[in-house]
Design a binder for this molecule. Structure first.
Ligand code: SF4
Length: 276
């Protein structure tokens, strides 16, 4: 996962899983080697002030480096502004797509340019199984294998991502956070149900399956993990370095000339040349 000498960058949104991740990692790792990156998306009515306040307090009290940034700072526009530009141009991309793509890019940018060895994210078991099922439904072998902890990064520009909570149910992280006195944010991101994404549909079905047959989520995760270990890890380790995007220079998928971020932002007229 990560070794004692490695510098690790925790990507914290400020939610309860972020709290659990930080609480656990600071117990087992040298605090001098832990940094935090937190990104403000810029969504009106979505109160992130309290989330950021506890991250700032924690960083100060444990002596951790905190890198606080925003979509506005990185791409020139907040998520609200990206969404309204998308609407005015009738592009039809989901707010969550902009959000996910930009967040991943910004996190990797900070980790790479600041010399961190690993990025740690707070994805839990529920998130991981949803991602596995999505990639299985899409038949996307490449993305399926990327979620396995032993998969290689396929580009020297990607910092390895690690998910220490990937075998812990969301109800368990919730219970832990509550017992430790974490204060939950009452406001939800208004875009969460803006458009029914495949993930939301899968999440509802998986919860119903878990309710009827407890333990299903962990069994799905471990079964897919084993399949990847026996069938796919050797295949992926033989793949060549990913090509670079002709616009921004970031790694992109095989067969693509530009990366997803450049395509998304290009459709709404934003230049991406400096965003890598
Ligand atoms: Fe981003 Fe969508 Fe989550 Fe809102 S709901 S924070 S837009 S991923």
């Amino acid at each position: 996962m990560f070794t004692p000498g490695e510098r690790v960058l925790l990507a914290l949104s400020g939610g309860k899983d972020s709290y659990v991740l930080l609480d656990l990692v600071k117990e087992v790792h040298d605090v001098g080697k832990i940094g935090i990156v937190t990104i403000v998306e810029g969504v009106e009515g979505y109160n992130r002030v309290d989330d950021i306040a506890w991250i700032e307090d924690a960083a100060r009290s444990y002596g951790l480096d905190l890198h606080l940034t925003s979509f506005k700072e990185f791409a020139g526009l907040s998520l609200d502004e990206l969404v309204s530009l998308d609407k005015s141009r009738e592009v039809g991309t989901s707010p969550c797509t902009y959000c996910g793509v930009l967040r991943r890019r910004i996190i990797n940018y900070y980790a790479r340019t600041l010399g961190y060895d690993k990025v740690l994210t707070a994805h839990n078991l529920d998130d991981e199984v949803q991602t596995y099922v999505m990639n299985l439904l899409r038949g996307d072998k490449g993305r399926l294998v990327q979620n396995h902890p032993l998969s290689p990064t396929l580009s020297k520009y990607f910092v390895k991502r690690v998910k220490p909570l990937r075998k812990i149910y969301e109800w368990e992280t919730t219970a832990y956070a509550l017992m430790r006195g974490y204060k939950f944010q009452v406001t939800e991101c208004p875009y969460i149900r803006f458009r029914p994404t495949l993930r939301a549909i899968i999440r509802d079905h998986l919860y119903e399956i878990e309710r009827l047959k407890p333990g299903s989520l962990i069994r799905i995760l471990e079964t897919v993990d084993r399949y990847i270990e026996t069938e796919l890890l050797r295949w992926v380790s033989q793949l060549s370095e990913l090509p670079q995007c002709s616009m921004c220079g970031s790694p992109t998928a095989y067969g693509r000339n530009t990366c997803v971020m450049c395509d998304l932002l290009g459709k709404i007229g934003i230049s991406t040349r400096l965003l890598f």
